[in-house]
Design a protein around this ligand. Sequence first.
Ligand code: WTA
Length: 635
Amino acid sequence: MSDYIASSLAQYNELYKRSVDSPEAFWGSFAREEFVWRTSWDNVLSYDLHKPHIEWFTGGKLNITENCIDRHLAEKAHETAILFEPNNPDEEHLAISYKELSEHVNRTANMLKSIGVNKGDRVCIYMPMIPELAYAVLACARIGAIHSVVFAGFSAQSLADRINDASCAFVLTADGGYRGSKITALKDIVDEALQKCDCVTRVVVNRRTGSKIAMHDGLDVWWHEAIEGQSTVCAPEVMDAEDVLFILYTSGSTGKPKGMVHTCGGYMVYANYTFRSVFQYQPGDVYWCTADIGWITGHSYIVYGPLSAGATTLMFEGIPSYPNADRFWQVVEKHSVNIFYTAPTAIRSLALCDINLVNKCDLTSLKTLGTVGEPINEEAWEWYNDHIGKNNCPIVDTWWQTETGGIMISPLSGITETIPTFATLPLPGIQPVLMDEAGNEIAELEAEGRLCIGHPWPGMARTIYGDHQRFKDTYYSSFPGKYFTGDGAKRDSNGNYRITGRVDDIVIVSGHNLGTAEIENAINQHPLVSESAVVGYPHAIKGNAICAFVNLTVPSKDAEKLTNEIMNLVATIVGPIAKPERIQVCSALPKTRSGKIMRRILRKIAAGERSDFGDISTLLNPECVADIVAQTATM
Ligand code: WTA
């Protein structure tokens, strides 16, 4: 047990106070005591949030894979590191021990070296949820290459944009990916993306589905051929604490996604600390996070957090509804899962299914439940608590972001109080503040405002790859000297936080961040569309859904055809997850006198409001509001 992982409420309070009084002593001691460093640091922290400039453990040297793998080999060589549950329940699962993980990662690392990957090179990973994806991520970290994992649901265009932005010379992919009864043609998508990328010199293709694919001479190599004969020994590259570990893209308010940069030392410390604090993982526990490694949740809480803690982490290839809507509960029973971490959207959709699907499974192994990615409504929280936790498992509602690297505000399982719909209290080390619109910090405890973080923490993103100015503009300009999250929050009289949702142009659909500008850019490419405005509106299952208001150059003769074409355009350019739920053709979009679209009004219309839009007299074209309402009513 670590002195820095709270195991009682009193200790939480004491640690919190200590972390605020002397953050450097707090993080410095934790980092020194809990990890293998090749060289200790000169400074725990140096920063200036106005620039912003952030460094943690400057001068420290380490390799994160030594902390995730090698150091466990003495005592845990034969314990399971990764439990792999395939998409098809009839295919045998795999229990990969720490020793086997070490061998796989080292062979993969040597394979990467053999195709010319060097320290600092960017490697794009576009793979299904198979163990080789975890090996690939860790292999990059082993040799100091920077991984950029792109979720395997993104389109060829999105993949190409991400490959080009980081000028990746290498792509790791598979012949296909299983998703329920379907196969995603990953290699075909890579082939299409590479038509737009000049930087890629090698593509390594893992064989998973056996799908027929094209292999291009001089560019494509089969994984099983490239890894053949590679040694199971690979010395870890000694990295600077502030060397880049990975880039992960997240949506922004302009069309272009932001490549968030995380560094080796701080990220490692924070992923480990938060995993252990929040989930209260105990040796022998089986832990399952249902996210995809293509998102930050998978990076921090399938790979780096659990493995650095020597845990058993379950990796699931499939989807909750395949072959039936009881798959999650079947897997919990099959592997006696103790800690289960999923998204509110999944909970809401599974709550609609026959309750016998839950009740026939033995869920008694469960101790802790978690949620992440979007606000959870009270009804879904209660259902999760009653039917999955049987009123016996704390629910940790974890608030955090791609940018924060790890969980920031959350109950600590069994230690601090849980309150439905509240992420509750900050972890020790995290100093949230609420700001009013004028930019002042709100002193009262009970308040609502924009959520900022007032002091650095080790897991915070250091920059946006290739665009530090945008990093500053997005996160450090609205409230100088503080990190602005883009979320709104309420705080109760006990200091508990409830996240109310985004206050910018990002919409969270089924837990996925979508930039409205990126979707508009895609829609505007349709020849009949003159302009469009995309907004989110509340949706019973997905949390939010997308409604696109489009203005046409000439009236469309076939509304259904137009809708399908726009949907397909968004699916191809951004990805299927970004498809609008509704497309509303309208004769004009409401604009301010300076020509800006008034999305506030469109948000209300999409949410079903038909009057009460506030003062619209300042609009350039106030009459269009009534028209849009009338057109929407006839949908
Ligand atoms: C939202 C996912 C309410 C929030 C880890 C944040 C949440 C965005 C919660 C980040 C939560 C995440 N309650 N909202 N527990 N967790 N969010 O980068 O709006 O994919 O800013 O990181 O998800 O999404 P991202």
